[in-house]
Design a protein around this ligand. Structure first.
Ligand code: AMP
Ligand code: MG
Length: 418
């Protein structure tokens, strides 16, 4: 297999292009109750079933008035009252005020609401406090100002968070058509791997990548599908890839380096894989492989795959960096990018000319006093160091073009949920 190494930005571009192609196949839809819709991807648009707000709504407790009358500071008789939940009152008689509560419909004829804190009251009359002025429309949201009946409020592909769920509820949607979660096959490879429950013998290790990759997939909204561990033989890999062919995305861990038993790429090639790249100038993660297997049915989509290096931190870094975009595409979600941000570097770090480093690090928001976020690398023993990785909440990016990064500069970080 050719060993052309790409700059990570170029590799990201290739994943983005493949994701755009893949996104032309929409996933099937299913119904989800609103209470189970968090994180799901909307399959159909959500329309406003009525104007929002459905009536001119007061945003304050106070008195509905005509602004020009109130601005004369004359006493105005209180001619009625409307609480939230009551029908619109009025019409407001000339020169009068109407008591009103937050969220209540404004009576016909009123064009402003004076806050209760901004009026004087005497018996059943009120007047605006001297020095205050009311503008037409003040403290009122007109009917339909937020949305018109029939207007599209959420587009298919939107990932549903608390705000979108609230909006759907307001539109009367108690169940939502959402995209079926993509099935993401997870194939861990390696003769040294034993089950988590087992006590490893000499030379063996527990398979920690399978649950880690499953967790990353679940976090990104996919349905992890764990395949049995494949041994480091061509036969085992051929059988495993045949089994995985019905998945929407295939993640393979291990077997992509240059060792004698790194047999993943030849096995993929035997199945007619199209490789988009077979190495990235990054550390950890250099042996990363990305491509597509031919469709299992004639008119279906190709099966995208990532061959992730087996070291746990390499697997995580490469999936977090490159996987989000493809996972969004197979999920039917809007295009998604890795979560980069900037943070001020706490201490100097060494670069690795020719390779962009992704160092496990901890960032802190530091919002107090308007300071930028800060980031500090976590001491680590290389890409097998899971304890260090578990203390990190981001990767610090050290560009391949630089000999290193000086303390105090603003550095790029790739954020993940720890
Ligand atoms: P490989 O990419 O197969 O050459 O593996 C690189 C390193 O990652 C080796 O030290 C493996 O033992 C380790 N490794 C591979 N697969 C896993 C896994 N599923 N869980 C934990 N460590 C792994
Ligand atoms: Mg291996």
């Amino acid at each position: 297999m050719s060993a052309e190494l790409l700059h990570f930005e170029e590799a990201l571009l290739r994943v983005r292009q493949a994701a755009e192609e893949r996104a032309r196949f929409r996933p099937p839809a299913e119904l989800a109750p609103l209470g189970e819709a968090l994180g799901r991807v909307l399959a159909v648009p959500i329309l406003a079933d009525q104007d929002q707000p459905p009536f001119a709504r007061s945003t304050r407790d106070g008195f509905a008035v005509r602004a020009d009358e109130a601005n004369r500071y004359a006493w105005q008789p209180i001619e009625g009252a409307t609480h939230a939940g009551q029908q619109p009152g009025g019409p407001l008689p000339i020169g009068a005020a109407w008591e009103i509560m937050t969220g209540a419909p404004v009576p016909a004829g009123a064009d402003a609401v004076a806050m209760v804190e901004h009026v004087e009251r005497s018996g059943s009359s009120v007047r605006l406090t001297e020095g205050r002025r009311l503008h037409v429309g003040e403290n009122i949201v007109p009917q339909g100002a937020q949305a018109r009946s029939g207007e599209t409020l959420l587009q298919p592909g939107m990932r549903l968070g608390p705000a979108q769920i609230a909006l759907a509820a307001t539109c009367g949607c108690s169940t939502l058509a959402v995209c079926v979660r993509p099935r993401v096959a997870i194939l861990t490879t390696g003769d040294e791997l034993v089950q988590v429950e087992a006590t490893p013998g000499p030379g063996q290790i527990r398979n920690s990548n399978a649950p880690m990759l499953a967790a990353l997939v679940a976090q990104a909204g996919g349905a992890p599908w764990m395949l049995p561990v494949a041994a480091d033989t061509s036969e085992a890999l051929d059988a495993a890839f045949r089994e995985a062919s019905s998945a929407d995305l295939l993640l393979i861990s291990g077997g992509v380096s240059a060792g004698k038993f790194d047999l993943v790429e030849p096995a993929l090639a035997r199945l007619g894989a199209r490789f988009h790249f077979t190495g990235v100038k990054m550390q950890p993660g250099k042996p990363l492989v990305f491509g597509e297997l031919p469709p299992s049915s004639g008119d279906g989509p190709a099966l995208p795959f990532f061959g992730l290096p087996g070291n746990p931190v390499s697997s995580a870094a490469t999936l977090l960096l490159f996987g989000a975009t493809m996972l969004a595409a197979v999920a039917g979600a809007e295009p998604s990018e890795p979560q980069f941000a900037m943070a001020q570097l706490a201490s100097e770090v060494q670069g690795k000319p020719g390779l962009t480093r992704f160092l496990p690090a901890r960032w802190q928001p530091n919002a107090r006093g308007g300071e930028p976020p800060t980031v500090a690398p976590v001491p680590w023993q290389g890409s097998g160091d899971q304890a260090a990785f578990a203390r990190a909440n981001c990767f610090l990016v050290v560009p391949e073009e630089l000999p290193g990064l000086k303390a105090g500069i603003m550095a790029r970080i790739l954020i993940f949920q720890g």
